[in-house]
Write a protein that binds this ligand. Structure first.
Ligand code: 5AD
Length: 348
């Protein structure tokens, strides 16, 4: 089948054979690519109009007990300057964000044992008490069902946990022995089960990734049916075992965003910081390929550079929540419009 035929079929049936997906992912001419992005935009606009949802991202701790080979805040990176915001400091970020117009707060951090079930529950509780109209999203890695349940009861609405790769042997290449794809997937099903709006996702172009691995990612997402899907290019960090590995590509990330939009029309799909780091106009191009969410940084200026998952992460300018006007201008320059309601997923 021609690539045009595949794009039409994917839009209509929301699915293709593995061979069809491979052809779309790696066989597009520049003209096909334009067509793919145009169809992804049409589907996105049918679901969400021109709205772009914004989430205030609070990177509240870069202390992590995991040692993922790709990640700059892995525990073996002794060069990382560690920090942890106190519950009060987190609450201050939320207040500032609320003032700026944010109605969703994403509490993201490494797997930091100081933030026990009780301590994090208390933070969630105080945010929801002061700002009952806001959504709280957690992104703190693999924890027990009991912890997830407690935080849900404390008022957490959503949870982001990228699966990173759905292929067992690729997972092994990216993670040390003490982590497993199985437990990652179990966490995701538990989160869904507990009523969280759940986000999964993967890096594009991580070391050793093949196009078949990407097809496995798409198949896993079809099984999980998450409300949100976060993807971004892999970006190498000099103080990790993957130092010197090539970065992922902007173009391939954009193609996958568009494919995801056609496969999962109602999904919340962020144009991520990593996409804005690999190309200065990466996030705008993400919006033009079907993304509909942005996550500006609300962390205090003083810690912002320390949450360095990858090299040269952008940390001033439009990605920062303080420059919401600049961000609004950039979003409008590509024909979309930032809205500040909670922006819940269309997926039930
Ligand atoms: N490049 C790009 N993304 C990365 N992440 C971690 N390290 C890197 C890197 N070097 C992503 C992972 C994680 C998310 C918080 O950041 O997918 O889930």
């Amino acid at each position: 089948m021609t690539s045009r035929g595949l794009i039409q079929k994917l839009e209509k049936e929301r699915d293709l054979t593995n061979a069809g997906l491979v052809q779309l992912i790696q066989g597009l001419t520049p003209d096909d690519e334009k067509e793919l992005f145009a169809r992804a935009r049409a589907v996105r606009e049918a679901e969400y109009g021109k709205a772009v949802y914004v989430r205030g991202l609070i990177e509240f701790t870069n202390i992590c007990q995991n040692d993922c080979y790709y990640c700059g805040i892995r525990k073996s990176n002794t060069k990382a300057e560690r920090y942890r915001l106190t519950p009060d400091e987190i609450l201050c970020c939320v207040r500032e964000g609320y003032r700026l117009g944010f109605r969703t707060f994403v509490l993201q951090g490494g797997e930091d044992p100081w933030y026990t079930k009780e301590r994090l529950a208390a933070v969630i509780h105080s945010i929801k008490k002061e700002f009952p109209s806001c959504a709280v999203t957690l992104s703190v890695g693999e924890r027990t069902r009991e912890e997830y349940m407690c935080w849900r009861e404390a008022g957490a609405d959503r949870y982001l946990l990228r699966h990173e790769t759905a292929d067992e042997s690729h997972y092994r290449r990216l993670h040390p022995e003490d982590m497993s794809l199985r437990s990652r997937m179990e966490c995701l099903y538990t989160l869904r089960d507990l009523g969280y709006q759940t986000g999964a996702g993967f890096m594009v172009g991580s070391p050793g990734q093949t196009v078949d691995n990407l097809v496995s990612d798409l198949r896993f997402l079809q099984q999980l049916r998450p409300h949100m899907i976060g993807i971004g290019p892999y970006l190498s960090h000099p103080d990790t075992p993957f130092a010197g590995e090539p970065d992922g590509s902007c173009r391939l990330t954009l193609i996958l965003l568009a494919v995801l939009r056609l496969m999962f029309p109602g999904v919340l799909l962020p144009a991520t910081t990593a996409l804005g780091t690999i190309a200065p106009d990466g996030r705008e191009r993400g919006l033009l390929a079907g993304a509909n969410v942005l996550m500006p940084n609300l962390s205090p200026e003083s810690v912002r550079t320390k949450y360095e998952l990858y090299h040269d992460k952008i940390h001033t300018g439009a990605e920062s929540a303080m420059h919401l006007d600049e961000l609004r201008r950039r979003v409008e320059s590509v024909g979309y419009c930032i809205v500040t309601d909670r922006g819940d997923s269309r997926i039930g």
